[in-house]
Design a protein around this ligand. Structure first.
Ligand SMILES: [Zn+2]
Ligand SMILES: [Zn+2]
Length: 268
């Protein structure tokens, strides 16, 4: 359960290759179904949580297209302004994966002017502190918000997060609809574990007891394998066995367990 070198290469591809699927679309097993079926099939053939892989690809694709084409689109920039830019994770992704001075300057200049205007127009007499009066009396009056707790308006959430939320609903729906399809089911059984956040979303959406049983069986098999390796790491930390070196599987398990519990880096 490692992030394969193929996965790492995919993460580093140029913008013209982001999101390309290695799927034969002339195959009726894919062409007759919604695209998310093929995307899931492809993702389940890779190492790591398939939904993390797809979410990561969506965020990279959004930022890639935004920096390349959409940054001059007034409506899209206005949408991003309404969320005061990207969230922490995706703002840093903007800076690290597809750094575009023009996109950053254009986007955040807009937002700076907006929040400057809002702060300047705020009416201090309407403000009240959310800190209890007893504490304020000690001089912490600078901790204030307005009457309705809004100085800086934010009418929308991060656009990349919104894209990911919508896509996750689409992918989980596809799992629920097609889980009995042998093509998808075999991939799932032989593939990697879902991370805990994505397993939770899938279980929460599943209603078929047989699907839930399948999810449980596959996950527990993966977790038991991980736990076996982690127990060995603990055992070898004992001074009596300290001459025994960690195996590759045990080193890998230390990385995989973080992905399995928290998702891959950058996934909310
Ligand atoms: Zn995941
Ligand atoms: Zn975000």
């Amino acid at each position: 359960m490692t992030e394969s070198s193929e996965y790492h290469r995919a993460k580093c591809k140029s913008k013209h290759h982001v999101g390309r699927l290695d799927i034969d679309w002339s195959d009726p097993r894919f062409s007759t179904r919604e695209p998310s079926f093929a995307e899931l099939y492809e993702a389940m053939g890779r190492d790591g949580c398939s939904l993390c892989f797809l979410s990561d690809r969506i965020s990279r694709r959004y930022i890639d297209v935004y920096c390349g084409d959409n940054v001059t689109d007034v409506d899209i920039r206005s949408r991003i302004r309404e969320s005061n830019g990207f969230c922490n994770v995706h703002a840093h992704q903007l800076m690290s994966t597809q750094f575009s001075p023009l996109a950053v300057a254009f986007t955040y200049s807009d937002i700076l002017r907006k929040i400057r205007r809002e702060l300047q127009n705020a009416e201090p007499s309407n403000w009240k502190s959310f800190i209890p009066r007893a504490i304020r009396l000690f001089g912490r009056k600078w901790l204030r918000t307005s009457e309705n707790n809004v100085v800086f308006s934010q009418t929308k959430s991060c656009p990349v997060c919104t894209e990911i939320d919508n896509a996750e609903i689409r992918y989980v729906s596809t799992v629920i609809t097609h889980w009995q399809d042998s093509l998808l089911q075999e991939r799932f059984k032989s593939g990697s574990a879902l991370c805990l956040p994505h397993l939770t979303k899938t279980i929460d959406a599943a209603v078929d007891p047989d699907l839930i049983e399948l999810l449980i069986d596959v996950q527990i098999t993966h977790w038991d394998q991980l736990d076996f390796h982690l127990a060995e790491v603990v055992r070898k930390a004992d001074y009596r066995f300290s001459e025994e070196r960690l195996s590759d599987d045990e080193r890998q398990a230390l990385l995989d367990v973080i992905h399995v519990l928290s998702g891959v880096r950058g996934i909310r």
